[in-house]
Design a protein around this ligand. Sequence first.
Ligand code: 3HC
Ligand code: NAI
Length: 687
Amino acid sequence: MKAGTMNVESGIGIITIDSPPVNALSVGVRRALDESFKKFAADESVNAIVLICAGRTFFAGADISEFGKPMEEPNLQAVNDIMENGQKPVIAAIHGTALGGGYELALMCHYRIAVPSAKVGLPEVKLGLLPGGGGTQRLPRIVGAAAALNIIVGGDPVPAAKALELGMIDALAEEGCLLRDAIAFAHNILNENKPLARVRDRQDKVDPDKGNAELFADFRRKNARAMRGFKAPENIIKAIEAAVELPFDKGITREAELFHELVYSPESAAQRHYFFAERETAKVPDLPRTTPPIDVKTAGVIGAGTMGGGIAMNFLNAGIPVTLVEMSQEALDRGIGVIRKNYENTAKKGRMTAEQVEQRMTLIRPALGIDALGDADLVIEAVFEEMAIKKDVFGKLDAICKSGAILASNTSFLDIDEIAGVTARPESVLGLHFFSPANVMRLLEVVRGAKTSPEVIATAMKFAKTIGKVPVLARVCHGFIANRVMGCYMDQADAIILEGTSPAAVDKAIYDYGFAMGPFQMTDLVGLDVLGRGSNARTVRGDLVSHDRLGQKKNGGFYDYDENRKPTPSTIAATIIADVARFKGIENRGEQTSEEIIARLLYAVINEGAKVLGEGIAIRASDIDVACILGYNWPVYTGGPMFWADSVGLPRILAKLKDLEAVYGQAFRPARLLEEKANTGGSFARG
Ligand code: 3HC
Ligand code: NAI
């Protein structure tokens, strides 16, 4: 058997599957399962069977790369039939993560035992799918429909202790002694003559909700916002309704239909693209895998403002002590106060204990003056966005930091090479560009300067994971990846309203596309004074600021707001927009359609993305997708701008860009790479 081994110990048959890296249920693994269960079923010396995996985890689910292709036999259902309907008890022995098809396989077993560090769950929703191996029918039979809705629509893994409480597993094994304890568990079942517990036969948890349509209606209502635009959650709800209302076999048929609808949907294709894209970002072609990372045990952050505070929290959360440097005691106290308040709010919501708050706070060492950073392994500068100030800071860091320390800037736009140039160690300098709020947003752009050493890049890429970020590597340019490509979107939003389209029409088109909000609602939320700083030319934003229309905080910006922050289109803003347009001599083209607005704002992003790729700023198109999805909340079920461009069709995008160029000029000149791909049948995803 290629993907595993079989052996028998004191009457217990042990099937050990070993298919690195994560024991996904590929055709090879399914064959191994099929073969070994058949053999043990026929082997009279075997009284019970333990199913366990080698390597870092129990089965991580179906092999995602097989989706969308014809399924090779045997399928999971065939394996299930031998296991679940067999006469010998089967015990799943779980370590690592039993996810998706992996946990569904465990649910087909008669019993489940796991080590305390294990997690189980059905995360298919994150791939735009539903658990298609019976999970939507079996889980509600264990935990009830209400809990199953939360677990399957939420998709988050459940830690072993909680899983035990919910009945998702039957017993905990001692950490490190899984096989021993699973065998003992099997003997126990045999000795006590316990029945073959088939989850499919249980009705006690689902029967009470028969006819309870309100349960599902209420779930839909409460989660409408989070589920908007995604296809899978609705199908999952329908499948769980079927688990409650239909006999098991009919429920399984319904699950299969609902799964089928999803597996060929563009949303799922996009979310599967994203799954692999997120894992691909860490791979740097010119960086040998063996490049030794530098140990980061202590960190320093300069500037305790909006970004510095959030950046520091990432380190504290990972248990890494941080020295936080400010210019004045007042700024330092304010910054530390904000960090404390953030933690206390988390504690109030029950997601942290008061003790954990204090533990994190004790890891901060407040300091006035950069001299306190002499011992730090990694320093991140988050001071004002001005080259002169950054250079001053890096000059000082060069003088006091220990040799080998990594010196990073959180600059949004400035030239990392110019900053590195004031030090005698440009190989140690790079950009670490966090997104606001820095303790929440998962994107970290790692900006490699011309001289940044491989070790420093390798450290940043690895370290990002330690602090829960997804690293995307960029080269130096104005705005790097996310800010540069999404800057085009903001520019076009600003331009189109001067030509007669209302901010509300722009926001609606973008919202309907799938963003949580449009550019003007976003600007009003963040504050026009924050986003509009630094511009000398006359702009709508500048004029709004001079009318004290700073956004929601002043009850007015692009919109007017009532006391419940409900926006309504503003006549004052409309007058200001018309004034600025007249001042600039911009022709009024009237309100544009949603389709036109989408092309104008989002094709501009695709075009800039193609330039970023063509210039080698981003390594691969999917990195641009990840940057936009994680940095700007681009809707994941479109796959990001570059994947979406492929789905729309590059020739169509090229033709539209040419039309736009004819009207608006230079800003829409098609990128060479886009033109090449469109003309030769290429795509961003396939290269
Ligand atoms: N199929 C194919 N490849 C997979 C995979 C899967 N289910 N899960 C992980 N991989 C690959 C990754 O792409 C990566 O490949 P690479 O090394 O070439 O980049 C490698 O395995 C290691 O993955 P990670 O870097 O993510 O490893 P971690 O140790 O950080 O995490 C994990 C392990 C928690 C298991 C994580 O990989 C994960 O969440 N996997 C997906 C789990 C999932 O969504 N399962 C449901 C699948 S759908 C399904 O089962 C449908 C069923 O209902 C019919
Ligand atoms: P901020 O104005 O909120 O904070 C900057 C802090 O740096 C202030 O508290 C200031 O007192 C302190 N400071 C200035 N000079 C200093 C010095 N020499 N030594 C010690 N402290 C000093 O600014 P914000 O928004 O946090 O931005 C910081 C950096 O992060 C900028 O480079 C910005 O471009 C970048 N950035 C900002 C994002 C945002 O959304 N605000 C997003 C991503 C990056």
